[in-house]
Design a protein around this ligand. Structure first.
Ligand code: ATP
Length: 583
């Protein structure tokens, strides 16, 4: 199948923000695609080269694309750089300068999706000395064999900025409609996606088989499962109301969630966003290596500790472990411990359907007989049934450096990818000592003034509206940034600058100097949510013409690298927090 067909679909999708129209375009291209390349097509639509957890990074900088475009078009690199500064997107530049190119190329073969995919994979897998030249040759050959429309999307795919605004659930709708004729099977596909993290594989299996084949997809070792998440509650009685009877309360530690996959000596570690971080934790690996089990998938929170006092340190200390070099030294400087809280798979059996209390019992059984030293412990847990028990336990958790507690239903199953009331997080909001934070996406910025010239000043932040798959503004934030962090954020943001407001951002009349693709998530504290005529979160829900805004927002210093834009705090969450404030 020719890539041109996909490029034409991309061009149509770029012109619409309607979910229904996007779904129609997706269904029509999926229907045209031969079965054996369905998975590749789905990955390309996602702007990836594989499933979420092992999509190769192409590692191509703008400079190499400028050089390639120069070689293919005959224009000088300076001319292309100028165009880039004007237009702000190298894909558009390619589209602009390669008009008519295809007629002037003497020998050209039609570019197929298979060939494009294989070549992109080769680009990703080329490393070492001389690799830049090899990558350049591959890119030039792709561009030489493409029309300007194809070139535009090849450049965007290579640079990782396809930005079509297709959420996973839109793609799931389209896959369900294409192969089963009905949207309602999306729920079944979603479950399979939550345990396999691979939309390409799901589309491939469904295109060749039936919905029963999808139902039988189960969790497997070394394929990360999308994590179960918690709802937020604002006081102990709300938590108890949601659970009929006894609950389990656990420390909520402010570290990084890790999913451990182990079979014999082979061990892999994944983050909440399914990134493989096995090499970052050699000390945890050695401790896990001591565990004598056939196999297991478990989850826990890794947290940095003060070597002298053994107290938990804040999240920022843990981020120092996110290094590619000098890992051994960093391991000594910033020791961590792993606090296990769940078991998903054990001795060849899926344990997600077993009640939480039983999963915990199994964890205790496994770890009571192992020599993991003090590197791996089970998370502190007690049974609670009364408000005062929860209050006392929260106090104990905070004294130990936790950010609050989790309250869990002992009878609940592990539901991959679901955020529901079986798990509730209770931070110290009600005591007045600590306010709960929210995670918001940066969608725009004003230029900095004074000391901040050349960096961004105020950042426009947004919540996620999961029902409509759009982002709604909630505040501008300018406090809580150290100079170094501001430089870091500015660098990160510069990779996501777009010409106009992003099509999935609803910002009313707010004017910004720069707009961004919604990508970077910041943790924000605010003492209060108020009504505002400026912002669009929950607009018209409480009062006509008014949305909700954060008062005195302050950045906590934590960039949520582990969260995608769609993992940001939702409009629904903010609405609930606002309502609980009024009680
Ligand atoms: P937050 O922003 O509050 O950290 P989140 O949006 O990242 O939350 P939630 O599902 O809302 O994710 O909160 C659960 C997170 O808290 C988990 O992903 C995990 O990283 C962390 N955590 C700490 N202690 C526990 C625990 N005992 N059980 C489950 N998760 C825990």
């Amino acid at each position: 199948m020719n890539f041109l067909e996909l490029a034409e679909t991309f061009a149509m999708m770029e012109k619409t923000t309607s979910r229904l129209e996007l779904t129609d375009h997706l269904v029509s291209i999926l229907k045209k695609t031969p079965t054996d390349i369905i998975d590749k097509l789905v990955y390309l639509i996602q702007g990836k080269l594989g499933p979420d957890y092992e999509s190769s990074d192409l590692g191509i900088a703008d400079k190499l694309i400028i050089k390639s475009l120069s070689l293919v078009s005959g224009h000088s690199p300076a001319y292309i750089q100028n165009k880039y500064s004007d237009i702000g997107d190298l894909g558009e530049v390619a589209y602009n300068i390669l008009t008519n190119k295809i007629q002037t190329t003497l020998i050209h073969q039609l570019l197929t999706i298979e060939y494009l995919f294989e070549t992109l994979l080769k680009i990703a897998n080329t490393s070492g000395t001389g690799s830049l030249d090899v990558k350049l040759r591959f890119i030039v050959s792709l561009l030489n064999n493409s029309s300007n429309l194809e070139a535009k999307f090849i450049v965007k795919l290579i640079l990782g900025n396809l930005r079509l605004g297709i959420a996973n659930f839109t793609l799931l709708d389209a896959i369900s409609l294409t192969f089963t004729g009905e949207k309602k099977n999306r729920r079944i596909l979603e479950r399979a996606y939550n345990v396999s993290s691979d939309l390409g594989k799901i589309a491939l299996i469904l295109s060749k088989g039936s919905i029963e084949d999808i139902q039988s997809i189960s969790i497997s070792l070394f394929i990360p499962i999308r994590p179960m998440l918690a709802e937020r509650v604002s006081n102990p009685s709300e938590a108890l109301e949601k659970i009929n009877g006894d609950a389990l309360a656990e420390f909520k530690i402010d570290g990084e969630r890790i999913q451990i996959h182990k079979k014999g000596k082979k061990i892999e570690l994944f983050t909440r966003s399914l990134e493989n971080v096995t090499s970052n934790f050699p000390d945890i690996l050695s401790a896990l290596d001591e565990i004598e089990t056939k196999d297991l998938i478990a989850e826990g929170e890794v947290v940095a500790i003060d070597p002298a006092t053994k107290k938990y340190l804040p999240f920022q200390a843990l981020m120092r472990r996110r290094r590619k070099y000098n890992i051994q030294q960093i391991t000594l400087d910033y020791p961590v411990i792993l606090n296990l809280f769940d078991l998903l798979y054990y001795n060849g059996l899926d344990k997600t359907h077993v009640p939480l209390s039983e999963r915990r019992r199994l964890l205790e059984e496994i770890f009571s007989t192992q020599k993991t030293g003090d590197k791996i412990i089970l998370i502190d847990q007690i049974k609670v049934s009364r408000i005062d028990e929860i209050e006392n336990y929260t106090e104990k958790a905070l004294k130990n450096g936790c950010e609050g507690i989790m309250v869990k239903n002992p009878n609940s199953q592990y539901r991959a990818g679901a955020r529901e009331w079986a798990w509730m997080k209770l931070k110290k909001e009600y005591s007045g000592e600590v306010t709960d934070s929210v995670d918001l996406v940066i969608v725009g910025a004003l230029h900095g003034k004074g000391r901040r010239v050349g960096k961004y000043g105020a950042l426009l932040l947004a919540t996620y509206d999961a029902e409509r798959d759009v982002f709604c503004t909630i505040c501008k934030v300018g406090t809580g940034f150290t100079d170094n962090v501001l430089i870091d954020i500015t660098d990160k943001l510069n990779m996501h600058v777009i010409k106009h407001k992003h099509s999935r951002v609803e910002s009313g009349n707010t004017k910004m100097d720069t707009w961004f693709e919604p990508k970077i998530v910041l943790e924000i504290l605010s003492p209060e949510i108020t009504l505002s005529p400026v912002y669009t979160t929950a607009i018209n829900r409480i009062k006509s013409g008014y949305g909700l805004a954060l008062r005195f927002p302050k950045f906590t210093g934590k960039i949520r690298e582990d969260k995608s834009a769609e993992d940001a705090t939702t409009v629904k969450d903010i609405f609930e927090i606002y309502r609980s404030q009024l009680k």
